[in-house]
Design a protein around this ligand. Sequence first.
Ligand code: ZN
Length: 348
Amino acid sequence: MSRVQSTPIFGTTKTRFRSLPRVPSLPVFVPTRSKAQVPLLFREAYVDHGFRELHRPWWSYLLSVLQLHNESMNVWTHLVALVLMLKHLHTFNQHLDFLTDPYSWPLLAGFVCGLLLYSFSSMAHCFHSKSELVHYLAFMVDYAGIGLYGLGSTIIHFYYCTELELHLFTQNFFVPVGCALAFLVFFCCSYAKVSYSRPYPFVRKVWQMVPVLGVYFHLSIPLVHRFILCLTSSSACPPSIQHHAQQMVWFILSGIFYASDLPQRFHPGRFDHFFHSHQLFHICIMMSTSKQMDAVLLDYQMRLAAILAQPEPSLFSAFGPVAVVLAAQIISFCFFRSIVKRKLAKRD
Ligand SMILES: [Zn+2]
């Protein structure tokens, strides 16, 4: 949808048609601003136009998802991913009884984390332009979702994609280590956000990417173990393996786009609205989680006997880690919020 112009419609002929009723402008579609018209905090490297005005009412930012600005596609890509995640949940719901089957509860916990990831991300990109304080807080919520998704994937892979021997060997520490790494994702990303100012140095991305890679390596251990078994065994590889491999390829691609600022690095201003690296990063993450869910569904169907041979999950073992990490994130969020408030007050 095109941006609504602030100049009067029929501008040059206005005097001749003075008797015509005025066409009301849509108050929600405020014209976007250029880079020079927004505070430094909101400027993105290699993005010149499409910034939303600050200090509008909340509903104005909500309705701005229907307007073309430089965050529109970031919001929409993860709204689409949210719908895709719900579609996968619906598919699983046709095979499983989430209410009474304890073996389905870790999967439900993983879905809760996935839905939070995409909800938090969409909200952050939708509302962060409201003010400098909201900008900081919104992206901290986004980081909380990324950490939770890392934990949800850890839980799902541990219960449904791990060979029985490895599952039994790691059952006392695999998920707790995932909890610690998931919390570190939130803490390090928030620390980097609060500590560095634009234009951000590359070390800020290091602060963000190292913990994300840490939790990703950890949640991939059961998959790498199965890849090795697949390569060294004479029997055929299970069909889910290729979906797991595709999930990893999409994740690697997402990291490349996130870290490289491609393609806008080579044509500043040309990718302000479409095909910006952050949008491509969002799309790759969406594809990665979609392939992950395809793989887990196949694993659940084809490895059911092995899954049922594992100790029965409880509500606490499935949802407890999510609750613990969420609580730790909320406490840290309050801590970071007070730091941001002090930082903004000192500057003013
Ligand atoms: Zn994003």
